[in-house]
Design a binder for this molecule. Structure first.
Ligand code: HEC
Ligand code: HEC
Ligand code: HEC
Ligand code: HEC
Length: 339
């Protein structure tokens, strides 16, 4: 229950993106076979081998171990996604979360289906697997030429610098609702505004430090806590800022939001502000009603009601109905006392 929204965060709507910029994204996406959710990704494994990450692990164990810990690995196997898919059985959701043709075959027809429990076997279980990003036409995409000695078994490679381009990530992290111009995820446009404003770093440099396949995001609670700075002013007014986040915070999935809460006693917290996006309408009428997400380097001031002794900020992965159903818990990412 939102008691009163007194937040002064005026993030404005998604940053303006020029048509030519988006053409760059479309160009990279199309060349690599991504279809903005329209159809499955068709690739052929190198050396007539398997498309499974386990095949790559035989020679790239360290990368495999990192990838195993990511949300890319569980892009299909996760309750928030499967719950959403169950509500709206759209092929395009499958095309993003299990892009390979072979994965779609494992899913089978969508009509009348319910996906209550995650799968545990097969390529589907690997979600955004190595081959989705690296394998095309029986060759492995790399960012540089690699030439091991002739005795070392390897695979054919194609050098493609697009892997290092944020447009590559935008192939899946920037897209609209079906039947609407409104962006469901606009991370690339948000990053462009950050970059054009002098912000340092790319999707890859922040999410793959040193080339490591870590892809840490909002499921890393320590990173979440480091990503928010709350300064309580002399007037006891909390000022929220994101720290080292190259796009809005929260971003990505449409359900993500923060709540700023206060309590008079230990455990009677009530919401005083909701930070994130609120959507209205359906289909072509879909629109953003409010966007209070934190923009890089723009402080967000929240005024608190009187007679409260504690405040906290919680990060929510989903709407209240998911939390109430016990599917996913919100996490406290900052807290303090009011003097
Ligand atoms: C039989 C062993 C073997 C298998 C299996 C294998 N690779 Fe490789 N790969 C190599 C070798 C050897 C190199 C060149 C030396 C290096 O950088 O490790 C290489 C290089 C690469 C590079 C470039 C590395 C760089 O330094 O820039 C990428 C990317 C890559 N492999 C991805 C994959 C993917 C994805 C798979 C699974 C589809 C895979 N490899 C399967 C042996 C293998
Ligand atoms: C979401 C896309 C994505 C997935 C999934 C992915 N990679 Fe990569 N990989 C990249 C990108 C992008 C780079 C280049 C990073 C850079 O240069 O900053 C890269 C670089 C590499 C490299 C060279 C860098 C290094 O560490 O030496 C290897 C090897 C590699 N990937 C193997 C794999 C294997 C094996 C898997 C699966 C276990 C995998 N990748 C999964 C996107 C991906
Ligand atoms: C300056 C560093 C930086 C840059 C550049 C950056 N990110 Fe992030 N990103 C972060 C941090 C820190 C978080 C964790 C806090 C959060 O959830 O926003 C994050 C979170 C995320 C999340 C999780 C959001 C969610 O909760 O669903 C995704 C997805 C993501 N980034 C993708 C991208 C993509 C795609 C790009 C490039 C267009 C990018 N990031 C550029 C630092 C960065
Ligand atoms: C083929 C589609 C695809 C590509 C390409 C892709 N991603 Fe993702 N990414 C996803 C999906 C799907 C998820 C899982 C979302 C979920 O939790 O359901 C995800 C999750 C993430 C997360 C974790 C979000 C969180 O909630 O913690 C980060 C960070 C991220 N991606 C960054 C990147 C970056 C950086 C690149 C480019 C190097 C990239 N992704 C390329 C589809 C993709």
């Amino acid at each position: 229950m939102i008691a009163a929204v007194t937040s002064a965060c005026v993030a404005g709507l998604a940053a303006e993106t020029s048509v030519s910029d988006l053409a760059d994204v479309a160009d990279v996406s199309r060349r690599l076979g991504f279809s903005a959710g329209d159809r499955p990704l068709v690739v052929r494994a190198p050396n007539q081998g398997s498309l499974s990450a386990r095949a790559c692990a035989a020679c790239h164990q360290a990368v495999y171990d990192d990838w195993q810990t990511t949300r890319h690995r569980v892009a299909w196997d996760n309750v928030v996604f499967l719950d959403g898919l169950g509500r709206e059985l759209l092929p395009r959701c499958v095309h993003y979360h299990a892009p390979l043709l072979e994965q779609q075959r494992e899913v089978g027809p969508l009509r009348g289906r319910r996906f209550t429990s995650p799968s545990t076997t097969g390529l589907l279980h690997e979600g955004i697997t190595c081959a989705v990003c690296h394998v095309r036409d029986g060759r492995v995409l790399t960012t540089r030429p690699v030439t091991p000695d002739a005795a070392t078994p390897m695979h054919p490679i194609t050098v493609d610098k697009a892997l290092q381009d944020p447009a590559f990530c935008a192939s899946c992290h920037q897209f609209g609702f079906s039947n609407s111009d409104v962006l469901m995820q606009g991370i690339w446009s948000e990053w462009r505004a950050f970059h054009d404003g002098g912000g340092q770093g790319t999707c890859q440099s922040c999410h793959m430090p040193g080339g490591r396949h870590l892809f840490r995001g909002a499921w890393d609670h320590d990173l979440l806590r480091r990503s928010l700075q709350v300064t309580v002013t002399k007037a006891q007014v909390p000022e929220l800022r994101s720290v080292d986040v190259g796009h809005h915070f929260p971003t990505g999935d449409l359900f993500r939001h923060l709540t700023v809460e206060v309590a008079a006693n230990d455990n009677d917290f009530v919401d005083v502000a909701r930070i994130g996006r609120v959507f209205g309408g359906v289909g072509v009428a879909k629109h953003v009603v409010e966007d209070t997400s934190l923009v890089p380097s723009v402080p967000c001031v929240v005024s608190l009601p009187a007679n409260r002794t504690r405040w906290r900020v919680r990060y929510h992965y989903a709407e209240a109905r998911h939390e109430d159903a016990g599917a996913v818990d919100a996490v406290v990412i900052a807290e303090g006392t009011i003097r």
